[in-house]
Ligand binder design. Structure first.
Ligand code: MG
Length: 305
C-alpha cells in the first residue's frame, strides 16, 4: 500500500489520505458471456484486463490512477485456485501502475462478474471530450482493429494461425492502457480533447463530436493498423474504424504538431487521421479521396459497419 492509503482492506471502509489534486473516479464491469468467456484465456489475464479497462479511462483524462475497490460476482463451479489466479493478475497490474487495491466485496451471482471502481488524480487540467474546435487535428495512438479481430478469432468467427493469431488474440486479452501518453498529453497547452477507444474509433470520436458540438473528416488511408490486421483484413478498414476494445487514445489538438514530435512526447507511435470541422457529421474519406456524404452521423456509420 502506498502512503496515500491510511487503512487498506480489512475494515468496513478503506481510509485514504486527502489530496489537493482534483480527483477522477470511474467504474467498469466485465461480465461472463457478455465481455468474455472463461475458456478464452488465463484467469490472470482476465483479472488484469478488468483493472486495465478502468486504467484506460483515467489515461483518457490525463490522470494518474491511485486506488480501487473490487466487487466480485461469483458463480458456482469456480474454485479458489481460479480466484487466486484472477487476483494475482489484477494485483500484478495494480503494482505495476501504482494502484492500491483498498477494498472489495464478494457476492453470489449466476455469472462471473468483476466490477472495479478506480480513483485517480489529475494535475492542473483534465482532458475532456467537450473542448474540440473546428480546425483541430485528430490523432490516434498505436494501431486500431486488432482487438476486434482477436475477439472474432476467439469466438470462432475468423480463422488465423501462428504468430498472426497469437498477436491478435493477445491484443484482445491483454490490452494496454496508455497511461504515460495520457499524462504527457495533459501537460500540453491548450489541453487536448481526448477519449480512449473502447467502443470503436468512429463511435468514440462521435462522443467527442456530440459533446463538443462539431463534426469530423477522417482520412481512412491514415488510420493506423498493424501488419497482422493487414494480413487478415487486407484493405478492409471496417474493424479498424468500428471494432472496439483497442484502448488507444484518440485526441484533438490545435493544428501544427507533427506525428514525429507527438510520438516522441507521448512515447508511442501517433498518427494524424483527420480534422475537426463544423457540423455534426463524420465524413470518412476513402483511399481514392472520395467522401461518403451519405454517412449522416457516427451512429448511422456504426450501423453500416
Ligand atoms: Mg472511456
Amino acid at each position: 500500500m502506498s502512503r496515500r492509503t491510511v487503512l487498506g482492506p480489512g475494515d468496513d471502509c478503506a481510509i485514504l489520505a486527502s489530496s489537493r489534486a482534483p480527483r477522477l473516479l470511474t467504474i467498469d464491469s466485465m461480465v461472463e458471456d457478455v465481455h468474455f468467456r472463461l475458456g478464452w484465456g488465463a484467469p490472470e489475464k482476465l483479472g488484469a484486463k478488468s483493472l486495465m479497462v478502468n486504467l484506460s479511462d483515467i489515461a483518457a483524462m490525463g490522470g494518474r490512477p491511485t486506488a480501487c475497490v473490487v466487487n466480485l460476482a461469483v458463480r458456482a463451479g469456480l474454485d479458489m485456485r481460479f480466484f487466486d489466479r484472477l487476483y494475482a493478475g489484477m494485483r500484478s497490474l495494480a503494482r505495476e501502475t501504482k494502484v492500491d487495491i483498498v477494498g472489495g466485496n464478494v457476492t453470489r451471482a449466476d455469472k462471473l462478474g468483476i466490477t472495479i471502481a478506480l480513483l485517480g488524480e489529475v494535475g492542473a487540467a483534465a482532458m475532456r471530450r467537450d473542448s474540440a474546435r473546428p480546425g483541430d487535428e485528430i490523432f490516434v495512438t498505436g494501431t486500431v482493429g486488432d482487438s476486434a479481430l482477436g475477439l472474432r478469432i476467439l469466438a470462432g468467427k475468423l480463422n488465423a494461425s501462428g504468430k498472426t493469431r497469437r498477436a491478435l488474440v493477445e491484443r484482445h486479452l491483454s490490452p494496454t492502457a496508455r497511461l504515460g501518453a495520457g499524462l504527457a498529453l495533459a501537460r500540453m497547452r491548450p489541453v487536448p480533447t481526448a477519449i480512449d477507444i473502447s467502443d470503436g474509433l468512429v463511435q468514440d470520436l462521435g462522443h467527442i463530436l456530440e459533446r463538443s458540438g462539431v463534426g469530423a473528416e477522417i482520412d481512412a488511408a491514415q488510420v493506423p493498423v498493424s501488419k497482422e490486421y493487414r494480413a487478415v483484413m487486407g484493405d478492409d478498414l471496417s474493424l479498424a474504424l468500428g471494432g472496439g476494445e483497442d484502448y488507444e487514445l484518440l485526441f484533438c489538438l490545435r493544428p501544427g504538431r507533427s506525428e514525429a514530435e507527438l510520438g516522441r512526447r507521448l512515447g508511442v507511435p501517433v498518427r494524424r487521421i483527420g480534422t475537426i470541422v463544423r457540423g455534426s457529421r463524420v465524413l470518412v474519406r476513402d483511399a481514392r479521396g472520395a467522401t461518403r456524404p451519405e454517412v449522416a452521423g457516427w451512429d448511422q456509420l456504426r450501423g453500416r459497419l
